[in-house]
Design a protein around this ligand. Structure first.
Ligand SMILES: Cc1cc2nc3c(=O)[nH]c(=O)nc-3n(C[C@H](O)[C@H](O)[C@H](O)COP(=O)(O)O)c2cc1C
Length: 164
């Protein structure tokens, strides 16, 4: 099979079978307005120092804000929070209206499952996205017995049974 002319539908179909967690990234734009968007491109990079990465698409309404921000907060969602994921993936004039966020400083969920506060470390242009690398400066871990929200085959799932 040729690797030189990959159809975008074929690429999407393959990548949609790569199961991921789901996060909401938040920050503030240059005017100080809170911004937030759903992402699943999040991953860890380095333990020492603690670095993470994610990618933001140029078409995203929040693209400029996140590329210019000095920091952002990553909220890893529970399997009960698919509606929150859909909400933050849908363009809106005020995504935070009616949502349970503390907006006194950097926008943060009031009852996060897992939350990482980051300072912006590096940003790399990569075609139609930017790769953002952040340094983790604070974490909140309320994982308990709850389980992660997964995104797989263009839909939401919960974690299945353990294997082995
Ligand atoms: C599960 C899920 C994961 C997403 N992951 C990303 C991501 O990692 N990076 C990104 O730029 N947009 C991602 N998006 C899209 C944005 O959240 C958002 O839908 C989009 O930027 C809205 O603008 P548009 O509808 O004009 O494209 C994701 C959406 C969903 C539903």
């Amino acid at each position: 099979m040729s690797s030189t002319a990959i159809e975008s539908d074929d690429f999407r179909a393959v990548m949609s079978r790569f199961a991921t967690g789901v996060c909401v990234a938040t920050s503030r734009d240059a005017a100080g307005n809170p911004v937030g968007m759903t992402i699943n491109s999040f991953n860890s990079v380095s333990l020492d120092p603690p670095l993470i990465l994610w990618t933001v698409g140029r078409q995203a309404p929040e693209y400029e804000a996140f590329c210019q921000a000095s920091g952002y907060v990553i909220h890893i969602l529970r399997d009960t929070e698919s509606a929150l994921s859909t909400h933050f993936a849908t363009p809106s004039d005020d995504k935070f209206a009616g949502q349970d966020f503390d907006l006194s400083a950097m926008p943060k969920m009031k009852n996060p499952w897992l939350m990482l506060e980051c300072t912006a470390e590096q940003s790399f242009a990569a075609a139609d996205h930017n790769i953002l690398v952040g340094r983790v400066t604070a974490i909140e871990n309320n994982s308990g017995d709850e389980s992660a929200l997964l995104y797989y085959s263009s839909g939401y799932r919960s974690v299945g049974k353990p294997i082995g």
